[in-house]
Design a protein around this ligand. Sequence first.
Ligand SMILES: *Cc1c(COP(=O)(O)O)cnc(C)c1O
Length: 372
Amino acid sequence: MGSGVSLPLDRSSTFRVDEQAYRLREAGRGYEAMVYARETNPTVEAVERRLAALEGAEQALLFASGMAALHAALMALLDGGGQVALSDRIYGGTTGLIDALLPRIGSGVSTFDPGRPASLEAAMRAETRLVICESLSNPTLRVADIPRLAELTRAGGALILVDATFVTPALQRPLELGADLVWHSASKYLGGHSDLIGGVLAGPRKLISACRAWRTRAGGCADPDMAWLLERGLKTLALRMRAHDHNARGLATWLAAHPKVSVVHHPSRADHEQRALASELMRGSGGMLSFELAGGDPAAARVLANLELFTEAPSLGGVESLVSPPARMSHVGQSDAALRAADIGPGCLRLSVGIEDLDDLLQDLEIALEHA
Ligand SMILES: *Cc1c(COP(=O)(O)O)cnc(C)c1O
């Protein structure tokens, strides 16, 4: 019988046990025996092998969500009061989990600017065990100087975990730049079709084993159906990322020349402060961009009301173009001072640029901007 060319989907939650499985469990290697799907499942494991290959990692783990993956990493890597040094431009959910969890486990946080490694040097404490940053931050696309941050982390005897959700291994492989662990929300570009929630950790065997133990304990395991959908998405990752990048560059160039647009944040722009660093660390700039309208928030509201191809929705990384106002979505409730510190000015809109025809996207923006 020939075997299928697509990944078999095995929904089993439990598996037939043989003598070898009992022996593995008795030897404390129950995970390898594959007896229960909270520990592992063949479909999930096959996708994990592909994710590890994409990241150039020894091993990868798939989780129920990006946040479940971060939870496992924090529990595995912070012991005995170890502290976190956290980038000051970071996903709200990351800050939310860290702020809620760390005080309960006797841990604390310091912050640094991911684009200025010297600021990490100042943020490192004797107790710092874990440094966390994003390859590209939301929504202004600040580039983390991973090689320099990794050096300082190592010198301080800590580990560095990089959230590579915005770049994917198609644009950057953080482990090759010195990161100890890579973290993804697979719900974004890796899945790529806005139809799944999942998370990934990838890195060396020893760290991944510690994170896996927490996945099993806390139950943030991946569903095989989600794993299967994710694997289908991964088949087109390289193609999709090329199309996202092409379209975002085109829109960034067009927006920068538009009289009603005052600022464009995209690493492909000549006026992006970190353009050289971006081209050193990434193969392309990706599909996210943000811009500010000279007319401020009222102009942004009129543009939102007149866009048709861009759906007004949070999240990102799918094949379809999305738009959202960071001040009312990802950064909702933050003070004007906090927004200014994050470089989010009045009239800011964030685009997750999809893979539609670039001319269609340009035309949609052109019409909407007539109302700005
Ligand atoms: C969405 C997101 C997360 C959280 O992932 P979930 O899959 O939603 O749990 C973490 N980091 C970044 C940068 C994200 O965009």
